[in-house]
Design a protein around this ligand. Structure first.
Ligand SMILES: [Zn+2]
Length: 315
């Protein structure tokens, strides 16, 4: 597929002139000038550009399937910012028109966790999650919404740091990962039990809390994904879903994050609040809130609750 690349150029960042401080010793002041990047920087950018081009070329060779309907069944309208995506006429979701078919191949450890995510390979991601604040935010959400719900499943749990932290706090944790090598690595490095398989087609026990953080947008079947969550949750159970949701009325949608959100290799859907409500309705889950602030735009939050046990109060 090549059309998406052409359309994606709208998002490409312009070559930036870097501000350079210049110290005036006589006055003891700094002045700032714009400078052109030096030869070393240019070489570094060129190397990164070539590596990116080679990766895209390899990913573009993985077979795709054509998609002409939204997950909700809605018709797809043209999306002017990226012709690789269409916009659903019913729920407003942005839908990848030619998603990669073999998701297990895409999310294999050597390809995904060491080439696609080369800037933060799986071995260094726990540190990244601690530094950028997302781990702390997730733990706070689990504490606030989970309360006494101690049996936790995390779908797409790599690098396993969240489950390891929860396990250390006395939660009973189980992770799910599509790739065998990744599942083994998490188990060995974090000591958390991991089930290998592509959710929702995985045999799992029931749970009181289900976490899917930056996973739903990678799923070919968001509705089946949410229905399975509802099956696994005990009555009164909580699901914390984090995914890109177009909430800000920006043009392009997601603003400066658009290039990362509309990633035609990884993301099959960018959702709307209407879509998240409809997914909950079809799965039989109540929306607890759509108003939680994300740790960073493009990682929006939805909290759901499975009805049925009014004894377990929500957070
Ligand atoms: Zn739709």
């Amino acid at each position: 597929m090549s059309s998406g690349y052409r359309a994606g150029q709208y998002f490409k960042k312009k070559l930036r002139w870097l501000p350079a401080p210049c110290f005036n010793a006589a006055r003891g002041t700094y002045r700032f000038f714009l400078r052109i990047p030096g030869p070393g920087e240019c070489l570094g950018r060129m190397r990164r550009g070539i590596a990116q081009w080679r990766l895209r070329r390899m990913l573009s060779r993985i077979p795709r399937v054509a998609r002409d309907r939204c997950w909700c069944g809605g018709e797809l309208l043209p999306f002017r910012w990226h012709e690789g995506f269409g916009r659903c006429a019913k729920c407003g979701s942005y839908v990848n028109r030619q998603p990669i078919r073999d998701l297990k191949r895409l999310y294999s450890s050597p390809l995904y966790w060491h080439r696609v995510q080369e800037h933060a390979a799986i071995e260094s991601r726990a540190d990244l999650y601690r530094k950028d604040g997302r781990l702390e935010r997730w733990l706070e959400l689990v504490r606030r919404f989970g309360q006494d719900r101690r049996r936790v499943i995390e779908v797409g749990c790599a690098p396993g740091v969240l489950l390891a932290e929860l396990q250390a706090r006395g939660y009973h944790c189980l992770g799910v990962e599509p790739d065998e090598a990744t599942a083994k690595w998490i188990h060995e490095s974090c000591g958390v039990e991991i089930v290998q398989g592509l959710f929702p087609d995985v045999a799992l026990p029931g749970c009181e809390m289900l976490l899917a953080l930056d996973v739903l947008e990678h799923s070919a079947e968001p509705e089946a994904f949410m229905v399975r969550i509802a099956q696994l949750l005990e009555p009164g159970g909580i699901a914390i879903i984090q995914c890109p949701i177009d909430r800000y009325r920006l043009d392009p949608p997601m603003g400066e994050e658009a290039a990362l959100a509309f990633n035609e290799f990884e993301h099959l859907f960018i959702f709307t609040d209407a879509a998240m409500r409809e997914l909950g309705r079809r799965a039989g889950l109540e929306v607890v809130t759509l108003d939680e602030k994300p740790w960073h735009m493009r990682h929006e939050l939805c909290i759901y609750r499975k009805p049925g046990d009014e004894g377990l109060e929500q957070g």
